[in-house]
Write a new protein. Sequence first.
Length: 392
Amino acid sequence: MSHDHTAVPAASRHTRRIVLAVLVPAALATLIALIVLWPGNVKSEPDAGGGRRAVGTVSAVLEQACPAGAQQQRCGSATVRVTEGPGTGTDQKVDLPQGPGTTALHVGDGVVLIYFPDAVPGGNAYSVVDRERSTPLVWLVVVAVAVILAFGRWRGVTSLAGLAVSFGILLLFVVPAILDGSPPLLIAVVGASAIMFAALYLTHGINVHTSVAVAGTLASLVLTGVLGALFTSFLHLSGVGSDDSSYLSVTREGLDLRGLLLAGIVIGALGVLDDVTVTQAVTVAEMTPGATSRLALYRSAIRVGRAHVASAVNTIVLAYAGASLPLLLLIAASSEPITELLTSEFLAQEILRSAVGTIGLVASVPITTALAALVADLRPETAPARHSHRAH
């Protein structure tokens, strides 16, 4: 009987060692890569027009009738008190903003200005380019943090810490390193791995279940990156499919835009993968006490995983549709055949993102479930042989 009691836990410990044997070298490799690839001082590109940013508050608005035949909806000027940037403390006259999406200015509105020191004599050196939104955004973030802490409590604190680490890695490592000329795909893989290790362990603690989720996420990320690279080459995508990438191709010569596309796919997939892998690892842990074998445990947990994947895939599609709603309107209004639109560079990139991300998401479920079932601590008393021996 004592032999039966020690045999199963020994196998479980052995499997845990295998998981750690994979994760520890991966974590060390990620740390070394972060140190080696850490960017230096990245030079900022000078503004094309030589403008400098300023912030101010509207103190007066003078609207005038627009000339006959003019396309402007609002004509006139406004007086802005500059509160930050060049000319702080002075009142500056600006033309009322024009163009699509502009709204009427009112006294007390905060605005973002561009100052042109080389403006023509007699012209306005300042121009309104945007609204100043820092205060409402700060309040929105405060409310969101309060909701997370009120519901999650200590888990909310750890999740916010993981979120802070994720943004820190993105802003301090991934973006500067890519701008510094490092291979975007390599930087994305290293950055995503660092985010994965830090965020998952901070949020869910250092335990076997989190380690299983990390291993499943890592395997799925590798699969996503490989598929992304293969299909990017197969579809002959250049990475120049949007105005942003076109601008980067001009201002950042030598930047690997195809690698940048792959980097976006890998980092974008991480956000969904960690949710699914953690859920599957916890599901297996909750089902373990009633399981009679690892195979039965896997089969039970995979049914939950299928339901989760169905919801997650729908979430991915709706998220892309919501973010691309103006694009969908353009497609609906276009007279070009739908097949020509779908095979264009820009839409092909979006299809690639969603398709490869979905494949990686689906693959993460059996991978993580199998790993979790392997490391599950099946107690001898849950097995039929144990019960029959006790009855005897």
